[in-house]
Design a protein around this ligand. Sequence first.
Ligand code: PRP
Length: 222
Amino acid sequence: MRYLTFALAKGRLAKKTLALFEQIGITCEEMKDESTRKLIFVNEELKLKFFLSKATDVPTYVEYGAADIGVVGKDTLLEEGRDLYEMMDLGFGKCRMCVCGPESAREKLMHNELIRVASKYPHIAKDYFYNEKMQTVEIIKLNGSVELAPIVGLSEVIVDIVETGSTLRENGLTILEEICPLSARMVVNQVSLKMEQQRIRNLINALSKLPQYKTERKDGNE
Ligand code: PRP
């Protein structure tokens, strides 16, 4: 039997993914050692391999088949636009992609003014403003701490992730428009889904039977 390889987005999502897999009997003890510098972890018994990568690289590994399966946020999937199958909403890592800025920028959004939009997600920002709002804007790519942009006068608004809203609040900014809800997704390489159909289906079936996913279907809550 060949190894089934998982690419996980480093950080909180990976931790939650491993906790989820433990619920269906998939464990990887050596991955829990926070001090390790190892990059790839193996479960010999189940013939599984796991590796951690930067979130933005997960769709790349999966599209090229270097990983059969990936777990990554919907924000990254939308931004990267890779060819892969999105198989399951895992329901954690919930947040929203929003247009944010000072209250004073609301007017500018309403009147289709030519404004500057700073974002770590230039494709999502472009798609929203050009294809949904039909508003011509100038998009400026940043790599983090995007909330700074409207404060220091780089842009009128930002397109960014809002989770608790505390970063916005503490910096005098607010949500002006909501673009879409986000959460962690399981994605699969297109060839792997054919070649390893049974193992991948078994994994998804086992996850779907967990109580958190049953409840989600019934009343739409977490
Ligand atoms: C994300 C996002 C916001 C913040 C939102 O930043 O870009 O800045 O979290 O979370 P909140 O609504 O709970 O305050 P992240 O921590 O990933 O850092 P970076 O964007 O500055 O790299």
